[in-house]
Design a protein around this ligand. Sequence first.
Ligand code: G1P
Length: 291
Amino acid sequence: MKAVIPVAGFGTRMLPASKAIPKELITLLDKPLIQYVVNEAALAGITDVVFVTHASKAAIENHFDTHFELESQLINKGNTELLKCVRSIAPSGMCFSAVRQARGQGLGHAVLCARSLIGDDDFVVMLPDVLLSDYECNHAKDNLAAMCARFAESQVSQILVEDVPPTEVNKYGIADLANIPDKGAVAQLNGVVEKPPVGSAPSTLAVVGRYVLSRQIWPLLAQTEPGRGGEVQLTDAIDALIRIAPVEAFRMTGRSHDCGSKAGYIETFVEYALRHPRYCELVKSKFAENM
Ligand code: G1P
């Protein structure tokens, strides 16, 4: 399975940090955010990653490419530990490619830009602002890997959803479901609506950045007109897919971390630091009296 990771956005919610550095390369503890997402893809058995990117964000591709000068310097210095670390950035066997999104016309348009690299195939979409795995890899295999396995068995598209407060439904794609599934289980989707106003959402189950999509969505995506915010929405193409094929909402295990906003990023940083086997004692001992 191939995964599309849209990274062309300017990350305005993370300014000023994201002015010259892609927001996906902002560091969470000791590695960039995008590395967590790519690791999650590898754990789900994904072998090909397609970045939909922008001219200003070539550093993302460089991060996963081989850096011969750096490696030979580390070899000459005998620094095997760092060499191993640098060489393991790209998961073994993972193939990376990139395509440019010339204009920011929405998530649906970004995904469509990857069509020539994916081909007429089923595919995964992973939004890089959303982290599901942590240092202990808790739940890293519960969600995307389970969605891929379910799709492989049934060929039914899978959309990851998570319960959100009723006041926050206007920030997400919201699922319209036949019934509310348990965590780790699925329910048939009747529809999905992009950022409905508070008070008129069909549920409080929000789409949280992981999709396993049937190839049937390609022509629908190509026909999708601009929707909410004047942008081509992936949500609208999924809603069209639901009219011609079954689509399931997969309710996530654990919880997602939104690292596309400052508050979400800071909360995630602290939480991951407190869980990290190497840094948790340091953080706790330094800040214990203030916590
Ligand atoms: C996008 C999707 C939305 C989804 C959200 C998850 O919105 O359009 O349906 O719920 O990601 O993070 P964005 O956050 O890019 O506005």
